[in-house]
Design a protein around this ligand. Structure first.
Ligand SMILES: Cc1ncc(COP(=O)(O)O)c(C=O)c1O
Length: 360
């Protein structure tokens, strides 16, 4: 068996040692005689798995004690509705910053629940940068300010934390949570689907400051009510048990790698390899403003897009998979999350150079 270099944007590659351990423990978890998939979520075995995942996530992100961690379902698209339902807290409007495809989806969904003020938009740049904070037109009465911390499709990432004063900052971190340290205390709410840096699809992580709880709209389904889930330790309904277990193994793997500071150093080195090469040639191009380039998702184009098919075919032959850009933007995209080893990025750059030499 040979594992390929998998550049998928998500569900994405997981660390090989995690997959091996999960395979070893598949039939009989720690002598329990059961797979984790077969355990009651209320039994002592799973309660211990859940508690360890929670503790490791808190440790990795240094989450302050006044924040709740919720392991939920529904993905980030679910959160696009769940956030306004929980966070309006009697207010009628929320601010959103539009940096690309995922922000646009969040805005569209939030409009079902409240007045949305688009405080800033990167549309005029073709979504190639984060609008500078001084251009944002924030509403002081907004219930919250929503950003997408990393636009997985456009490859635009915040490398700074916006100051929104007393209005809570809400961030969709689906594609960059756990890629580097985060100052959690600067946010009211952080959420993300798990299927990039965390674990299997089906799990949604929510980190919420506890003073923001208690004000969900009456129509909020109980399973999506942060307050009810926090009171029930994320077990108001059956949680995605196997996904929580694998996420816990990933958290332990990140800790063993040296934690989030070490992850960041590795991620910066990987991204630099790719961006430095993209900037050194006119055969390929990166559309994103240098200051706002994502460390996780690197979209790029070939000068001659009639070569796209040949590029992808050659990559697959070298066992480099899922490099095709999102259907809405075309071109290529290399997603280089935590589990992508530096060797994978080196192999990609070598292949790109070779392809350029043959077709340039
Ligand atoms: C930044 C971002 N937000 C939202 C989503 C949607 O997540 P889901 O499909 O889990 O609902 C994605 C998915 O890739 C994403 O990358």
């Amino acid at each position: 068996m040979s594992r390929a270099f998998n550049f998928s944007a998500g569900p994405a590659a997981l660390p090989e040692p995690v997959l091996r351990l999960a395979a070893d423990e598949m039939l009989d978890w720690h002598g329990s005689g059961m797979s984790v998939m077969e355990m009651s979520h209320r039994g002592p075995e799973f309660i211990s798995i859940h508690a360890e995942a929670d503790a490791l996530l808190r440790e990795l992100l240094a989450i302050p004690a006044n924040y709740k961690v919720l392991f939920m379902q529904g993905g980030a698209i679910g959160e696009n509705a769940i956030v306004p339902m929980n966070m309006l807290r009697g207010r009628a409007a929320a601010d959103y910053v539009d940096t690309g495809e995922w922000s646009k989806k969040s805005i569209k969904e939030a409009k079902k629940y409240c007045t949305v003020n688009v405080a800033a938009s990167a549309a005029d740049s073709g979504y190639t940068r984060v609008p500078p904070r001084e251009t944002w037109k924030l509403d002081p009465n907004a219930a919250y300010v929503h950003i997408c911390a990393n636009e997985t499709i456009g490859g635009v990432e915040y490398h700074w934390t916006p100051d929104t004063g007393a209005v809570p900052l809400v961030a969709d971190m689906s594609s960059n949570l756990l890629s580097r340290p985060v100052e959690v205390a600067k946010y009211g709410l952080i959420y993300g689907g798990a299927q990039k840096n965390i674990g299997p699809a089906g799990l949604t992580i929510v980190i919420v400051r506890d003073d923001l709880l208690g004000g969900a709209l009456p129509i909020t389904p109980s399973a999506f009510d942060y307050t009810l889930q926090a009171e029930a330790d994320s077990m108001l309904n059956t949680p995605p048990t196997y996904a929580i277990y694998v996420a816990g193994l990933v958290f332990r793997w990140i800790k063993d790698q040296g934690g989030l500071a070490a992850m960041e150093a590795k991620n910066r080195a990987k991204a630099a390899l790719l961006y430095d090469y993209l900037d050194s040639t006119s055969f390929y191009s990166s559309p994103v403003a240098k200051a706002d380039r994502s460390l996780m998702n690197v979209p790029f184009r070939l000068k001659d897009d009639s070569l796209d098919k040949a590029f992808l075919k050659g990559a697959e032959e070298r066992r480099m998979l899922q490099l095709k850009g999102h259907r809405s933007v075309g071109g290529m995209r290399a997603s280089i999350y935590n589990a992508m080893p530096v060797e994978g990025v080196r192999a990609l750059v070598e292949y790109m150079k070779d392809f350029e030499a043959r077709h340039g």
